[in-house]
Design a protein around this ligand. Structure first.
Ligand SMILES: [Zn+2]
Length: 137
């Protein structure tokens, strides 16, 4: 199996992170990054794992996704539904979220302009703004 550049970069990030390079983490990264930039839930990833005949429990998938998120190899996206989505695109960007199909679509950060923000509380500084635009059919 040849690895695409997204996968190679993610595996490099894993090696330089404090996480150990275990077979399970490598397998999960290969699945996540096989289509380049992608959004998925832990259940989506677990289904793919089962389809490939691998044996990794859903709890392990959750733990792995959370560890990869903590180490900035992927990121999490909070939507208006109670599921956490994970995103292989760790750059700052926004999303459309379609409630009917439960899908996320990227919006480039340059395509949303924030024209007014409240004053940032003393001692704090702006870290990031990420917007989810909810859609229905
Ligand atoms: Zn995204």
């Amino acid at each position: 199996m040849t690895l695409n550049n997204h996968t190679k970069k993610a595996l490099e990030s894993l090696k330089s992170s404090p996480l150990k390079t275990t077979k399970q983490r490598v397998d999960i990264i290969k699945i996540l990054f096989s289509d380049g930039n992608n959004h998925f839930t832990a259940e989506n990833v677990h289904n793919k794992i089962e389809n490939l005949g691998l044996n990794i429990s859903l709890a392990t998938v959750y733990n792995c996704l959370n560890q990869l998120t903590e180490n900035n190899i992927i990121k999490s996206v909070k939507t208006s539904c109670n599921k956490i989505y994970f995103d292989t695109n760790t750059t700052s960007h926004h999303h459309f979220f379609c409630k009917n199909s439960s899908t996320l679509i990227d919006i480039e950060s340059k395509n949303i302009k924030i024209s007014k923000l409240p004053k940032i509380p003393n001692g704090k500084k702006l870290d990031s703004i990420e917007i989810v635009v909810n859609l229905t059919e």
